[in-house]
Ligand binder design. Structure first.
Ligand SMILES: O=P(O)(O)O[C@@H]1C[C@H](O)[C@@H](CO)O1
Ligand code: HPA
Length: 315
């Protein structure tokens, strides 16, 4: 029995675009800005005007978000005063740890590029590796440390989607300085305290385990400021597609990095000596905690993203 040839990625994207063209009103069909909503951050689309939500299940090539705090739909709408800026948001993303191929993780970014998106704002929830980045801080990402990229899980592995794409993509300037500037200017316009927004380096890990103390220390010593399980694949592909990219990480927890390991040997010896030690329970992180901070900070993230969009020069 002969099988039909596999569908090419470009024809799959074309079919997704056809579906969107039949659903969307013309003023929403050419979004200028794309947004990826991180864990618990789908409220970023709560203030879109003329909003149209398109479930991923109606779009071939899209997976389904299986993680709490991620909704399986695109939201199209207008942001900002006057006519407004047409935008599209992924209300939930796909992570490799859910079992999605990296090509599925980045598929919506390729669709956004072909809809005309030139500027991409990627958000995520992340663990802090630095005591100077407390929970609730929004970190404007300057660079990344992507161990999966370096060890064989790079989203750009495989044939090029277009012969015009570079085989060896430089990503030394992946995080757009001009968009990063707008983040700080927007924060000033909104009168946010200077401590609300910081800068740092995002470490991408595959998850789904949170980091062990030794892994957290390793990433911190390697120069990372925050760690998370997403974002870098989307950034690499957006860069390949020629977009300007900005990443905002919301610190939802500290990664547990004790200065000293609990020593069972010392504890037993202290008990034998009749001087038992009082050991504090080690903290641990949970996704519920991550979502709770997303909910608490959703409003300020929304205002910041809206203001950044307003400040992006129109084409
Ligand atoms: O999609 P993001 O990166 O915001 O989600 C983070 C990383 C894991 O998916 C999850 C862990 O709590 O939150
Ligand atoms: O501590 C974390 N580690 C990895 N990913 C995360 N996403 C939110 N918090 C974390």
């Amino acid at each position: 029995m002969s099988h039909p040839p596999p569908e090419s990625p470009l024809s799959l994207i074309a079919s997704t675009l056809d579906v969107l063209a039949t659903i969307l009103p013309s003023h929403l069909l050419k979004p200028q800005v794309g947004i990826v909503c991180g864990s618990g951050l789908s409220t970023l689309a709560s203030t879109f005007r003329d909003k149209v939500e398109v479930p991923y299940s109606s779009l071939r090539g899209f997976g389904s978000s299986t993680v709490p705090g991620h909704k399986s739909a695109l939201a199209f709408g207008l942001v900002g005063p006057g006519k407004g800026v047409p935008v599209v948001a992924m209300l939930g993303r796909f992570h490799a740890y859910e079992g999605h191929a990296l090509s599925t993780v980045v598929y919506p970014i390729r669709v956004m590029a072909r809809l005309g998106v030139k500027n991409l704002i990627v958000t995520n929830a992340a663990g802090s590796l630095n005591p100077e980045l407390p929970v609730g801080t929004i970190v404007v990402i300057q660079d990344h440390l992507a161990l999966p990229n370096l060890t064989g899980l790079n989203p750009l592995l495989g044939p090029l989607l277009s012969p015009s794409y570079p085989r060896f993509l430089p990503i030394s300037s992946a995080y757009s300085p001009s968009l990063r500037r707008l983040a700080f200017i927007a924060s000033h316009h909104l009168s946010l305290p200077p401590s609300a927004l910081s800068e740092g380096i995002y470490a991408w890990v595959s998850g789904p385990t949170y980091e062990s103390p030794a892994e957290g220390r390793f990433l911190r010593n390697a120069g990372a400021s925050v760690v998370g399980m997403s974002t870098v694949p989307e950034v690499c592909v957006a860069k390949e597609e020629g977009m300007e990219v900005m990443v905002l990480s919301l610190v939802t927890n500290f990664v547990v990095i004790p200065e000293k390991y609990r020593s069972i040997k010392e504890e037993v010896q202290a008990e034998l000596d009749g001087k038992p030690l009082h050991i504090a329970e080690a903290e641990s992180v949970s996704h519920e905690e991550v979502l709770a901070i997303g909910k608490e900070k959703g409003e300020v993230m929304t205002r910041l993203v809206e203001k950044i969009i307003e400040l992006i020069p129109s084409p």
